[in-house]
Ligand binder design. Structure first.
Ligand code: CO
Length: 224
């Protein structure tokens, strides 16, 4: 069926957001934070000890702290288009290294979201531009699970499944990094998890693919 006008109108209105309104919003944020705790900023300025690293999509609708009801200082964040985890991404590795080896986070969570435009683009054959190089990694995920995916006739269902596979692969790739393998070799308390956020309900779906050690991993990735 064709999209209705109502669906188009239902998109969140951002016309009130201007350059100036962001700075006004900042003043309001300061006021409200100080109302709750007059030392809020002083304490934060003294250092951070977040127990969680979030690896999520750059999508504006999936803000790590808002959707988990957390505050500044509580989640260390890395975001890129379609929450891709590649072991040669120096940006991601630097964030991961700092989080695991300096901040000593206890959890790393790869968070995808249903309706992810990056994943959908990777499932198609349209040439977009530079980003096609980034999406190539997701095409490899599709290729790996092509049997399972091609068995799902409904596009939306297949798309949802693909979003989940992309997170599952992200978790696997994270576990294979030298950083996570090194931490587990040293018996560091570190768990890796995979979630998918539903834009239309606000609900997080825990894919239950968590790993806390390299116990059942291919030995080729482990360190002695
Ligand atoms: Co996305």
């Amino acid at each position: 069926m064709c999209a209705t006008t109502n669906t188009e109108l239902a998109i969140h209105d951002t016309s009130h957001i201007t350059y100036e309104s962001l700075l006004e919003g900042n003043e309001k944020f300061i006021e409200e934070a100080l109302n709750v705790d007059p030392q809020f900023f002083e304490k934060l300025a003294n250092g951070q000890k977040p127990p969680v690293l979030w690896i999520g999509c750059a999508d504006s609708r999936v803000p790590a702290d808002r959707i988990t009801n957390t505050n500044p200082g509580e989640i260390f964040v890395h975001r890129n288009i379609a929450n891709v985890v590649v072991h040669t991404d120096l940006n991601l590795l630097s964030v991961l290294d700092y989080a695991v080896n300096v901040l000593k986070v206890k959890h790393v969570i790869v968070v995808g979201h249903y309706g992810c435009g990056g994943v959908e683009a990777a499932m198609g054959n349209k040439q977009v531009g530079l980003i096609d190089n980034w999406l190539r990694t997701i095409k490899d995920v599709y290729h790996k699970y092509s049997n399972e995916l091609s068995a799902i006739p409904d596009h939306k269902e297949r798309f949802n499944k693909m979003v989940e596979y992309n997170v599952i692969e992200g978790v696997e790739n994270l576990c294979k990094t030298t950083i996570v393998q090194g931490a587990w070799k040293n018996n560091q308390d570190l768990s890796i998890h995979g979630w998918v956020y539903a834009l239309n309900t606000g609900k997080i779906n825990d894919l239950k693919v968590s790993r806390t050690s390299s116990a059942d991993m291919d030995p080729i990735y482990k360190f002695d």
